[in-house]
Design a protein around this ligand. Structure first.
Ligand code: DX5
Ligand code: ZN
Length: 217
């Protein structure tokens, strides 16, 4: 079944532990941390301390999405804080292959994210090295943006490139009950959702809606 990764960015920061408990009980499999540095993206969010504090409160798989320049400087800190997977932005890494290797040497999984305008070809020689590929379906920096439709064609192509390799295909940005069935159909295996989970009254229902492959009419 598809994995839902609620993005903490849309949670109430005054009670993060409570927000995490809510999505864990509601059936989320992963928890998505959006780390932003004010350079790679025009926004600032959280650092390893937040990951470390929540690690003590949750058994969810911690999916840490680094939207930062020079991510190599922070890999160890996030791994020590309790990340299960670190995803770096391809556009922020001159030595992407080395960064992926370093993440694996830290004993955790490695992902690579691509911005909407970045072609899939930059992954060609990395396919046997990565555990996850994240396609951004909005321009990174903010929650609550509208899904970019060209992501669907990109996803289909990626699914073909991946073939039968054990690589998770994650989609991030503008995922809701309308777009979730489309990206699932196109090959996504992990859906990140901020607004569509944390801004809803009924968390259980919100997660269930995103797991539905076909919209019921
Ligand atoms: C955007 C982040 C996303 C974002 C998703 O830069 O990477 O994870 O929080 O938020 P929604 O689901 O609200 O589009
Ligand atoms: Zn994200």
């Amino acid at each position: 079944m598809v994995k839902i990764a609620p993005s903490l960015l849309a949670a109430d920061f005054s009670c993060l532990a409570e927000e995490v408990r809510k999505v864990e009980e509601a059936g989320a499999a992963w928890l998505h941390f959006d780390v932003m540095d004010g350079h790679f993206v025009p926004n600032l969010t959280m650092g390893p301390q937040v990951v470390q504090s929540l690690r003590k409160k949750s058994r969810l798989f911690f999916d840490v999405h680094l939207m930062i320049e020079n991510p190599e400087h922070f890999l160890e800190a996030f791994a020590n804080a309790g990340a299960d997977l670190l995803t770096v932005s391809a556009e922020a890494c001159t030595h992407l292959h080395r960064v992926v290797q370093t993440i694996h040497q830290l004993g955790i999984k490695a992902g690579v994210a691509l911005n909407p305008a970045t072609p899939l070809s930059c992954l060609e020689y990395l396919l046997d090295e990565v555990d996850l590929i994240l396609l951004m379906s909005v321009n990174p920096g903010f929650g609550g943006q509208k899904f970019i439709p060209s992501t669907l064609a990109k996803l289909r192509q990626l699914k073909e490139m991946v073939g039968n390799r054990q690589i998770e295909i994650e989609v991030d940005g503008g995922i809701n009950s309308d777009t979730a069935p489309l990206v699932l159909e196109a090959g996504a295996t992990v859906l990140v959702a901020g607004t569509a989970v944390f801004a809803q009254e009924d968390t259980v229902q919100a997660i269930k809606l995103l797991q539905t492959e076909k919209k019921m009419v």
